[in-house]
Design a protein around this ligand. Structure first.
Ligand SMILES: [Cu+2]
Length: 66
C-alpha cells in the first residue's frame, strides 16, 4: 500500500481529479482519499513511481510517505 501526501489537493474537484489520474494509471487500483489530511492511499501491484507520475501529470504535488 502506498501513501502519498498531496498538499495541493484541497477540494472535492482536486480529489476527484487525483482519483481519476490514479485509476487511469492502474484501473485495478484501490484508492482511498482523505481530503482533510491531504492523503491518498493506493493499493496496487504497480510500482509507486507510476502513481507519482500520474499525480504530477494531473497537476498536483504528491510526496510518497514512508
Ligand atoms: Cu480543488
Amino acid at each position: 500500500m502506498y501513501k502519498f501526501e498531496v498538499k495541493d489537493m484541497t477540494c472535492g474537484h482536486c480529489s476527484s481529479t487525483v482519483d481519476k489520474a490514479v485509476k487511469t494509471a492502474d484501473p485495478g487500483a484501490q484508492v482511498r482519499i482523505d481530503l482533510t489530511a491531504h492523503h491518498v492511499e493506493i493499493q496496487s501491484d504497480k510500482p509507486a513511481s507510476v502513481f507519482a507520475t500520474a499525480i504530477t501529470d494531473a497537476g498536483y504535488t504528491g510526496t510518497l510517505q514512508p
